[in-house]
Ligand binder design. Structure first.
Ligand SMILES: [Zn+2]
Length: 367
């Protein structure tokens, strides 16, 4: 009698890293009906499809918790740039910018990072999700509703706090997004469209989260000299909105702040240990650089700056801002933002300063 099992798929001979933090083990993995049904030495088993994974890692799909893939899900549903890295789930709508709900011809920066002309065409979040569902991408996705997107959709000028009527409208839009399936609300208080939004405005909109068990996710107002103040603002928003918070891409920005993650991580620990919150988490970059719109203050405190694209100065794409170019870049930014008007850069902050914390590595590793 043979006890050799028969499976749909057998992944043989790989090193299994199961995502629990356990050490890697050499094992086979059997799959039936899209489910893992056995892990171990399955040398006697056979399968409709056998994948030789010798000298390779076999792991669960990675969750990329911080992305701006809202439009990519529609425009590039094969999501090769993620799948090829082992990413099988993305969270979109971070940093206050989500593709919906907003109809706009020329959205202001940083909204134009995820889509320019014609991309912002969804009056409601549900319309956007219907489009995503009509042509599903190769990855799973979780969706956040962006505060800056709501502000652009609601307010005639962004250089002020929202009125009570506008807050009510934005809260209703967030509510619609949550009912449609969004998992949270993101802000980018660092960015121009939301920089004038007081804490109270965010709390009032975020009040819609609790009933849905949804979370508040933030690119904080200040990730540099005043990072502790911004952490306190974030914790307060979570406390008053009675919702869990996630601090996005936690870092201490700027050459002068290298090493201050000791201080910020201790601050996290102090609050996580307290009882006045509804959950606190953060994610980190796996590298010592960051990427965002070109802003004078960011350039000033960064060790190296690489321009990824610029509509006003396309010849700078792919080039570092050094020497005369750096001085000229700063001059442009001061003189009305010729580069910053439509541009994106990669900033390197220093040689040291990577964030290491059990919360960051266990729950929110990006890659
Ligand atoms: Zn961000």
């Amino acid at each position: 009698m043979s006890n050799a099992a028969q499976y749909d798929t057998l992944i043989k001979g790989g090193y299994v890293i199961d995502g629990t933090g356990a050490s890697r083990v050499s094992a086979d993995v059997a799959i039936d009906d899209d489910r893992i049904v056995a892990v171990g030495d399955l040398g006697q088993a056979s399968a409709g499809r056998v994948i030789d994974a010798s000298n390779r890692i076999v792991a669960p799909g990675f969750i990329d918790v911080h992305t701006h893939d809202d439009r990519a899900l529609l425009a590039n549903p094969s999501m090769d740039m993620k799948v090829s890295q082992g990413v099988t789930t993305v969270v979109v709508g971070n940093c206050g910018i989500s593709l919906a709900p907003l109809v706009a011809e020329a959205p202001p920066p940083p909204l134009d990072l995820i889509g320019a002309k014609g991309a912002y065409r969804y009056q409601t979040f549900d319309e956007f999700l219907c489009d995503v569902e009509a042509a599903p991408a190769a990855v799973n996705a979780g969706f956040l509703v962006g505060h800056s997107t709501l502000r652009v959709a609601t307010m005639d000028s962004l250089d002020r706090a929202a009125s009570a009527r506008e807050i009510k409208a934005m809260r209703a839009m967030l509510e619609e997004g949550l009912c449609a399936g969004a998992i949270g609300f993101s802000t980018g208080l660092f960015y121009k469209p939301s920089i004038m939004a007081p804490t109270e405005e965010v709390v009032a909109i975020a009040a819609a989260l609790e009933a849905h068990g949804a979370r508040y996710v933030t690119h904080m107002r200040d990730e540099g000299d005043h990072v502790i103040r911004s952490l306190d603002e974030t914790f307060r928003i979570g406390r008053e909105a009675r919702s869990p918070v996630v601090v996005s891409h936690h870092k201490v920005q700027g050459k002068q702040n290298v090493g201050r993650s000791k201080e910020t991580l201790a601050h996290f620990d102090k609050h996580i240990g307290g009882h006045d919150h509804h959950g606190i988490a953060f994610d980190v970059y796996p590298y010592m650089a960051s990427s965002t719109v070109l802003k004078e203050d960011s350039i000033r405190v960064s060790k190296r700056v690489l321009v990824t694209w610029s509509k006003a100065r396309p010849e700078l794409a792919g080039r570092e801002l050094v020497g005369n170019r750096r001085r000229a870049g700063l001059r442009h930014l001061r003189g009305g933002g010729a580069i910053a008007a439509r541009g994106s850069g990669l900033f390197r902050h220093g040689r040291r300063g990577r964030t290491a914390h059990p919360l960051a590595s266990k729950r929110h590793v990006r890659l």
